[in-house]
Design a protein around this ligand. Structure first.
Ligand code: NAD
Length: 255
């Protein structure tokens, strides 16, 4: 009989950046809905272990540095060694690097390259691994964590971030169009500000008012709101979401 309280029962889902503000909320939500999360972490093994124990140990942790070109393939290999079969991939890891148009060319270039490596190329490599795996196993899901910044453009000192997220939105659509017939469902999430460390850095510099001034509901999203949307998009019953970009921005970007 279907357990309606566990719509993700029996699913193994790899979550990158699983110990971050949004990532940890996703992991907890997926576990509540019956999934077995594989928690990817970069440096903070202690947080990954604590998170795994918070979800009752029903999952696993894997380490990989996604700023390294070999990182994504190593991550996938470890996850497959642990799980055998993976049903879903959440590309959630991300960075937001500040670089001014007045920066030295070397600094400018390295900021763009690092941002694209972590936010986009790592995701493309993991999407490729996942698609090949899903094809051979009757399908699977990919959720890419993009951003409102990728939809409407971004602030002068954070242009690389917006560009990586725009690329991620486009990649998600191409996957949806190209591999939907083979059982691959791809969805992008586009949050506005979410109350995590990434947002706190901005608030520390510019103040909360600057962050919420153009959000009609006057508040940032909570990580739990994003997590709920991710879990919903992973439900096997939601195949027709394929190719969608789900905006979670309090009305600050309406298209
Ligand atoms: P966070 O800084 O709390 O988490 C980021 C995660 O990415 C961390 O787990 C970190 O370990 C991982 N990561 C960073 N560099 C890595 C590397 N080199 N190798 C492996 N992992 C690495 O940030 P968050 O707010 O939880 O963001 C999660 C995702 O949501 C990001 O993709 C971010 O761009 C996106 N997002 C955040 C907001 C926001 O306002 N917080 C808004 C829109 C989109």
């Amino acid at each position: 009989m279907t357990d309606f309280t566990k719509p993700l029962g029996g699913q193994t889902i790899l979550v990158t950046g699983g110990t971050g503000g949004i990532g940890a909320a996703i992991v907890e939500r997926l576990a509540q809905e019956g999934a077995r999360p594989i928690i990817h972490y970069s440096r903070d093994r202690q947080s990954a272990e604590a998170l795994l124990s918070r979800i009752g140990g029903n999952g696993a942790i894997v380490q990989a540095d996604l700023s390294d070109g070999q990182g994504p393939a190593l991550l996938w290999k470890q996850a497959i060694a642990i799980a055998g079969r993976i049903d879903g991939l959440v590309n959630n890891a991300g960075i937001r690097t500040e670089v001014s148009i007045d920066a030295e060319p070397e600094i400018w270039r390295s900021a763009w390259q690092r941002e694209f490596q972590v936010n986009f190329f790592a995701a493309t490599d993991l999407c490729r691994e996942a698609i090949v795996h899903f094809r051979a196993h009757g399908g699977g899901r990919i959720i890419n964590m993009a951003s409102r910044a990728g939809q409407r453009g971004y602030a002068a000192n954070f242009m690389p971030y917006g560009a990586t997220k725009a690329a991620l939105l486009n990649l998600t659509k191409s996957i949806a169009r190209s591999f939907g017939a083979e059982g691959v469902v791809a969805v992008a999430i586009a949050p506005g500000w979410v109350q995590t460390e990434m947002a706190e850095q901005y608030i520390a510099e510019f103040g909360k008012q600057a962050a919420v001034v153009d959000i009609p509901i006057g508040e940032m999203a909570q990580p739990s709101e994003i997590a709920e949307v991710v879990a919903f998009a992973l439900r096997p019953s939601q195949r027709s979401l394929n190719g969608a970009t789900l905006d979670v921005n309090g009305g600050s970007y309406i298209r």
